[in-house]
Design a binder for this molecule. Sequence first.
Ligand SMILES: Cc1ncc(COP(=O)(O)O)c(C=O)c1O
Length: 587
Amino acid sequence: MARVGAVMMMKDRLVDQAKKLASSGPFVRLVSNDRVMKLATGLMDARGRLQAAGVRASEALDILWNGYELPTIDPALDDSMPVHDAGAPRERPQRPAGGSAGTNGAHAAHAGGEGSTSGAHGRAAGATNGAAHGSTNSAAKQSVEGDEAESAGGDGRAATSGYKPDAGSAEAKLATQMASRTSLSRLGGRDVFEKCFKFMTADNARAMGVYPFFRPLDFNQGPEAQLEGRRVTMFGSNNYLGLTTHPKVREAARQAIDKYGTSMTGSRLVNGSMRLHNELEEKLAAYHGKEAGLVFTTGYQVNIATISALLSNKRCVAVIDKDDHASIYDGVRLSLATGARMVRYKHNDPASLDAALSELPETEGALVITDGVFSAQGEIANLPGIVEVVKKHKARILVDDAHALGVIGPGGRGTAAHFGISDQVDLMGGTFSKSLASIGGWLVGERKVLDYIQHFASSFLFAASAAPPCVAAAMAALEVMQEEPWRQEKLRENFTYMRNELRRLGFELGKTETAVIPIYIRDDLKTVMMWKSLLDEHSIYVNPFITPGVPPKQQVLRTSYMATHERHHLDQALSAFEKVGKKFGVI
Ligand SMILES: Cc1ncc(COP(=O)(O)O)c(C=O)c1O
């Protein structure tokens, strides 16, 4: 105490003396002198300029070394984050000196390594994405040439792409552009909009009529839809059971609007809960054989809220499959901010999970998180193997069944039910936006756990609740699903037929066992050109997945199937796939 008192007295004396000096005549004259003021200001400016130059130099070095990298759209693809490799020494991704940890640097650092954003995607040293500003199509057209010229320093992906368009053709220009797509996410400078003005790829693709994304449908009736005036057969929707147009589901949504209005305009915590929400929660819990259910506004929110609420301090670890959905990664990102850690295990590999969990100290709690059906691959998680490892290590498990509900398992109950192990899975969640023909999300598990989440997940507490027509539609869809089991059977029949036929034609489909069937093309330009040909020449709508949404060489035409597809829809698609596959040399 005496020491603290002495220090305080000394501090007071110093402050007194400083005050006296500051008000003394010579000091006031000195600091009022113009020349002294200029010198001081100059010195301060020079310091700022030096600091700015230092930042620019470090950025320049970083870019020289790395090239601009593609922004990581899907964090599952960020290979700069280590993946636990059973039996092999821990990877430690290399980062060049002077590089700054990018978007996902935090993940890597927590997992024992360092990393820059999306290391796998862009090593196109020196390539930029066209310097021309402009968001109009004419500006985009002009910049095509510019992009081409600048892409000379690209990584040459186009040259090895496999699809060789005629030299000088529009496709050749597009190929060069796609090869020169470079990351903008790390562009720094005073103006945070700079990267937006330098983003030209979408404008260029729009100008060339080959831009596949954000295209508005005129109407969507399940297997048939209309896109910008053209009737198309739909193979790009997650409307697995075809319930978005079911009379009972439509009527439930209409009645909910009539009775409750269009929105709750508030969070579940306060004015955003209705009996309707509680009723659906009870039904979901009973359907899955769990104690309680919780309804969210989206499936994305389910993962963000659940993971961030449960993994809330530095003794928590998220142990996730490398190929988990982006919403799981984003939930983990929030947890990292509270000091939690992330460990990734090899895709669908219980041995890798076992090794990862074995390394955790006794004092740390792990939540293992996996997709039930992987959204890009259509592959079913090896849940029995994963659950066995989870139990062995006394960890907890959350399964995201977005693509499994209504598709697999008795009564469409999803992955755990498919394997008969629902009672061993702690938490199961998903979305209303696929089989349940609505918008919203769900989680089922123990009442106390859900109660904790609903009181501590900020993304749940501070966001408006699911709108009444959405909740009512999902509830009606859940009922129809059980009343009309033929839908799940027909869906299975449809995707099994397509899987067998596509394989017979010679397409590569990976490990799909469900209603998502990716057709591997493994080349950006070819994927886009095949998508365009399927749409323009055959009126077949599929989704092209290209880089940076997927890693290089993983490009696919992602197809998905519905219970309401008739055999003639499927045969129309098969005939189109065969023609287009041959035209582009895929089969
Ligand atoms: C596996 C998975 N989880 C979560 C989501 C997010 O669900 P929602 O669309 O309801 O936000 C999706 C995609 O829709 C998904 O595929």
